[in-house]
Design a protein around this ligand. Sequence first.
Ligand SMILES: [Zn+2]
Length: 84
Amino acid sequence: MKTNPKNFSFAKLTCNLFGHKLEVSKNVTSHIHEYKCSKCGIEMTDTADGFLTRLTPKFKETNDYIAKIYKKRRLRQTKLANAS
Ligand SMILES: [Zn+2]
């Protein structure tokens, strides 16, 4: 299979040269975030190990799960703080 020249993207080329312009698109936890490049639209995410990687559907699923647990835990902590 040949690469399709129509898939060529100038935004992606500038990102390859100058790096992505990542903006936080979602806070999963206080130290795990999802990012989106404002130039080419690529999505990245922090992993639990502290790496930055492509946001695949699998990672999205994992992040949703982590976010749910994180919110629940935060809610419990807030409740405890209010009780004392
Ligand atoms: Zn980019």
